[in-house]
Each structure stands twice: as C-alpha cells, then as structure tokens.
Design a protein around this ligand. Structure first.
Ligand code: BDP
Length: 684
C-alpha cells in the first residue's frame, strides 16, 4: 500500500514539473541577474556575447565584467583568458567562447579563476549527411534543418532563420566552428545557383556565431552539371570549371570553409575513374579554393576491392600518397579502420602518415549504436579512441597528441563529427543523443576532457532546475539524480557493445540498415565485405577475423609496438580479441572461462545492464518533467527488448557452430532463431 502510495505521489510531482520538449538543449538555464558589461569594441559577434552574459549571468548582481580584445601570446586562435571579472581574447569569437565558458561554469558550479583556454583543434566541424530533398542519410531525428523538397524548397522562411540561429548558438556554445551542410554522397545539384543562394542565406545566419559553412561535392560535377565531357583533374577545362565555381561561391560567401570530398568510395566518382590518384583529385580542388583561404577535407574512407581485408584498404591506398597532397588538403580519417562500429581499434593511418594533415572523423549519429532508440553516450568511445597510443614517437603518442598539433606539427588541425541533428523538436531524436552532440563539441575544443566531466556538465545543464520555485522538487538532486544517471551514461556504451558485439566482434548487423542483429545475413550477389559472416568468420573451430601474420596481416599496418601487442593473444586487449584473432570456442579467457562461455556472459550482461538502466531511470521520475521522463522511459523499454533480441539472435546463431550449451546460470533465450531470421528476411 505504501509502495502504491509513493508511486502515485512521485507521479503527481513529476506531472507538475514544467513539461519540456528538449528543444532548449543544454541552454535552458533561465534568466540571470543584472550585470554591467564593458567592451572595448563593437561587432555582431560581440553583441551576442554581451546579450548572452546579460541574460544568463548567475554571479554577483551588478558586477562589472570586462570583455577585452587584446593580443596575448598565451592565447591561440579563438582561445581566451578567463578570470573573475574579465575575458580577454585575440578575436571577437574568442570573447564569445569565453562568455559561454563563464556561463557554463556558473551553471555547473565550477570555479571561475584565471585560466587560459585554447582549442585543441583549429577546425571543429559537424558533417551533416543531409540530402537536398530534406532526407538525411543515417539521420534518426526527422528531416534536415537546411533542406526540403517541394515548391518552397528555396524560400528562406522566418522559421528557417530562427532554427538556423538556434542551431548556430548551440554550436557556438560548445565551440563548434564549421558545418558541412550536405551529405558526403553529394548531389551535383549542390553547386547550382539556387542551392548556393540558400547556402549563402544559411552562412549569413551562422557567421556571427563563428560558424563557417562547407559543402560536400560530387567529384563528377563538371561533367554532370557543367556541360563538360569529363571531370578528369588533369583536364584544363575541368580545372577552370572548379576555379570559376570557387570564385562564384566565395563571391556569395567570403568566409566559405571549403569542400568535403568522398571520392572513389562506395560507388562515388573520383579521380581514379580517369586513372588519376586521390592526391591529383584533392590537389585540383585545393588549388581552386587556395586563393580564398579554403581547405579540402578529403576522406580516406575507401575500400575498392572485396579481395583484400577491408580494414587494410584505406592505409594501402593513402600511405603511398603521403607527401603528395597540397598543404590545404586535410585527410579525413574515420576513427576505426572499418566503419563506426560499436568498438574498433584505431585506424592505422593515425600516426602513420608523416607529411599530411590528418583529421579524425567520428560519428555522432548512432548509425551502428542503436540509432534514435538506444541510450548510448558516446564520449567514452571517443575518449578511448583519442587516448589510444599509436607509438608514433614512442609511448604516449596518443591519437589526441598526434592530431592536435602537440606532438606532430600539422599545417591544419581538425576534427569532424557526423551530425545527429534533424527537425525533431528535441533536435536529436533521443533526448540523451543531445549529450553526444554536446560531447563532440566539448572534445573538439578540449580533447583531454573526461567522459565523466562531459556527462556531469551536460546533465546539470540539461536537467537541473534552476528555477527557484521548483527548488522544492530538487532535494538531494546530486545524490538521487546526477550520480545514478551519470553512471548510467558512462556505462551505456559498454552495455551496447556487450549486447551487440562484444570481444572485438564487428559488423554483424542485419542488412544495410545497421540496426538489429544479423550474423547470418549474406544475400546472394552482394559484396562479401558487406555481409556479417565475412567479419565474424564463425565455424566449427571457432570465431573471429584473423588479422595477424597468419591471416590478413592487418596488424602490420600499426607501428611495431602496437602490432606486437595486438598480434599476441595474451597481450591483445580482450575488447579487440576477435577483431584480430580467430580463436577456438574453448580458448581460455582471462576470466578462466572458455571463449564461448565468455561470449554468453557478455551478451547476457549487456541485457542486464539495460534492464538496470530502466530501474535507474524510473527512480528519478520525481526529478524530471513528465514529457522528458516518459520519452526516455519508452525508449529504454524498446532498447531492452532490442538488447534481448541481440543476445538471443547472436547466441542461438553462434551456438550452431560452437555446439556448446549456454551456461545454465544465464537466463535462457526467449526468441526462436528461425523466427528471428524469417522476420528479418521478410523485412529486408
Ligand atoms: C557508412 C554509412 C553510409 C555512408 C558511409 C560514408 O553506412 O551511409 O555513406 O558510411 O561514411 O557508415 O561515406
């Protein structure tokens, strides 16, 4: 009876907390106290800085705050020096970033003391995979905020501008300073007049917030829309076409960032179609944007043949070209050698290319991590990646150090994140997916932040009630909300790895939608390296992809220390074991269990973790408004059902090869393998 009573009581409280749809993101801190802002310059960016301070100030009422543009050698790029009553920067944008940092510290309760804050990467760029018809490739939060189909496709409406401004503000508040407005699988139409005019309209709104616009281009644009017979980078007319196109764009958008290019990858055209190299193609474009200060972000996501281990191909293609790229080309490399899997070791290109600027590309949208349904906080994955040691210059040559200019000088330092933003009221589909957008920006600014710090900041800004009147509903908020929910976020990525593909398994999804389990999925006629059996290699002996010297020898692409580490089953971290080794079902794991048993326990623990997240979330109901509470509750229920399906599907499927029992202290599968497969085939 008491229990029912308290459930009703908790329900009652949360119904009365103000409903929120999540649109305000982490910027919902409410009104501030009075403040006196003194600034030695005027500009639209500085106006924003001043307004933000005036509306969000949480410090002492009536205080004087000085915004000072004055060069200081301690400040790099758009960095700033923060102190109790002063923000100093070399640029207007530095001041704006300083203001956001000051307000964040006030909201989060961090110290505001003398601090020099410089960005880790100079270019901190979102990649939108948005199509001109408004759909988004791998988007799980509604249609594009930039593009739409129909008669009004190119009309710039008031509501568009409002949204773009909110978007710009959110990005600036976490230090993002660039955005690629369209899909890497680019339409040639992107470079036509109407579209470029709309790009200009977007750029005009983003500019005061310090966000530059970039476009993905189709390499064959000269022949597709320019009326030329070829798009060969060695053809002078083709060069001329790109030069003219660059001129046209820069006339509209003087601070245009440059082009992002996916070439000779997954069927996209590229220089190799004309017998030229990636460097030839990239250099032609680099020359076109060079006079205006533009850059080319050239993607290394290539795997042309299905004969060679896919994990080796980017390295094989790009290493011989090292040193041949113009200095305004940046090679954009996905974190792992395959494709944004729940867990991958780092791509061997990091720390290997010696004479090219290299930038990491990470995926914010959760294509392979439960999409808009699963609660998966990605900062731990990115932290793991950034801290991976390449041994490029001995121990401690982390990816972070190798890419941010601190260990190796690069002409440009940059990082890209594939966006998870769409027209959904809460921007990201899942409320907690906002934390991934937030984490990307924060890590791009400071790549040594911990996941714990980021989760802490995000949770306080997103959920804490700053409204005095609701303070009554916040007793022990830190203990009862912040602590358990932060822990849930920090555990969520490992949970997903556990119930999807533990111990180094990868790419065992059903079909191309990359959502549910499909270790069996291998339709006739499809490229082998698009099918899960290619990756898990399960047979009567064991499971895993042998990338050691006795297999594809993918390990040899890493530096010697790393290669030795991964090659040896004893030293290879268990999280990568089946990525590098094909091992027998009875192989002894560090836990003392057999590989088969360990696999079963991992899948089972993943399911248990999600079930636990449900309880954790239900318990915080008194601290969350009903709209956001029920939104997350429903998503977690679906995630639980999915996790169970992953476990059952994978264990029952692999059991056909291992012929071993699922340990008896593990809960039995509740689905039938034949039914799962049948339903899967019907769907795809
Ligand atoms: C894969 C996606 C595909 C993208 C491709 C890419 O499945 O939709 O076009 O990456 O990054 O992850 O180019």
């Amino acid at each position: 009876m008491r229990f029912i009573h308290s459930v009703l009581f908790l329900g009652f409280i949360s119904m009365h907390l103000f409903a929120e749809n999540g649109h305000q993101l982490w910027l919902r801190s409410g009104s501030g106290k009075s403040i006196n802002v003194v600034c030695n310059k005027k500009s639209s960016t500085l106006n924003i800085a001043e307004e933000e301070l005036k509306s969000g100030w949480k410090g002492q009422a009536g205080k004087n705050i000085y915004l000072i543009i004055k060069r200081d050698d301690l400040i790099k790029g758009d960095g700033f020096i923060l102190s109790d009553n002063k923000i100093q920067a070399n640029t207007d944008l530095g001041i704006l970033y300083g203001v956001y940092e000051l307000l964040r510290r006030q909201n989060v309760g961090d110290d505001i003391k003398f601090d020099v804050c410089n960005p880790a990467y100079e270019y901190r760029v979102l990649n939108h995979w948005d199509n001109l018809d408004g759909t988004i490739e791998r988007g799980y939060a509604g249609n594009s905020i930039f593009w739409r189909d129909g008669e009004d496709a190119f009309v710039v409406k008031e509501e568009d501008k409002v949204l773009w401004q909110e978007y710009a503000r959110a990005n600036a508040s976490i230090g993002i300073n660039g955005t690629v407005l369209n899909n890497v699988n680019a339409s040639p139409e992107m470079l036509t007049h109407n579209v470029l005019n709309r790009v200009k309209a977007i750029a005009d709104i983003l500019r005061p917030y310090g966000i530059k616009t970039y476009l993905s281009i189709k390499f064959s644009s000269p022949s597709m829309i320019g009326g030329l017979e070829t798009s060969d980078p060695f053809d002078s007319k083709v060069n001329e076409w790109w030069n003219e196109k660059a001129k046209e764009i820069y006339q509209l958008i003087p601070d245009f960032g440059g082009f992002l290019v996916k070439a000779n990858s997954e069927g996209q055209p590229g220089p190799q179609d004309y017998g030229r190299t990636h460097a030839d193609g990239a250099n032609m474009l680099a020359d076109a944007v060079k006079p205006y200060g533009g850059v080319i972000m050239w993607r290394a996501f290539v795997y042309q043949t299905s004969e060679e281990d896919r994990a080796k191909q980017a390295y094989n293609e790009f290493m011989p070209l090292d040193g041949q790229f113009r200095d305004n080309v940046i090679i954009q490399v996905k974190n792992g050698p395959i494709d944004f899997q729940p867990r991958e070791p780092f791509s061997p290109l990091f720390g290997a290319m010696k004479s090219s600027s290299i930038m990491p590309e990470i995926q914010i949208t959760q294509e392979y991590l439960g999409q808009g349904i699963h609660l998966v906080f990605l900062a731990p994955m990115w932290e793991e990646f950034l801290k991976s040691d390449t041994y490029r210059k001995g121990k401690g040559s982390t990816i972070a150090n190798c890419t941010d200019g601190s260990l190796i000088t690069q002409k440009y330092t940059a990082i890209a994140g594939v966006s998870n933003i769409g027209l959904d009221a809460n921007w990201c589909g899942h409320l907690f997916a906002q934390a991934n957008w937030y984490a990307f920006g924060r890590l791009a600014w400071n790549n040594s932040l911990t996941s714990e710090q980021i989760a802490n900041e995000w949770l306080i800004q997103t959920f804490k009630n700053t409204d005095q009147k609701s303070a009554i509903f916040n007793p022990d908020w830190e203990l009862n909300f912040l602590k358990p929910i932060k822990q849930m976020m920090l555990d969520s990525r490992e949970a997903a790895v556990n119930y999807m593909m533990p111990l180094g398994l990868h790419h065992i999804f059903a079909a191309e939608e990359h959502y549910g389990p499909g270790p069996w999925w291998a339709p006739k006629g499809i490229r082998k390296d698009w099918t899960p059996p290619y990756y898990h290699q399960a047979d009567s002996v064991g499971i895993g992809f042998n990338r050691t010297a006795t297999g594809s020898n993918g390990v040899c692409q890493y530096s010697e220390n790393v290669s030795l580490l991964f090659s040896n089953t004893i030293t290879c971290p268990e999280m990568y074991l089946l990525w590098f080794h094909h091992l027998s079902w009875t192989y002894k794991m560090k836990s003392g269990r057999t590989l088969w048993d360990e696999l079963c326990y991992r899948y089972d623990s993943g399911v248990k973790q999600v079930r636990h997240f449900q309880t954790v979330w239900d318990k915080v109901q008194p601290y969350v408004d009903f709209q956001r509470f029920f939104h997350v509750q429903r998503k977690l229920r679906e995630q639980s059902r999915n996790a169970q399906l992953w476990k059952d599907a994978c264990l029952l499927y692999f059991q056909q090869y291992s012929h071993l029992p699922i340990p008896y202290d593990i809960e039995r599968p509740v689905h039938e393998l034949d039914v799962i497969i049948k339903e899967d085939l019907e769907r795809h």
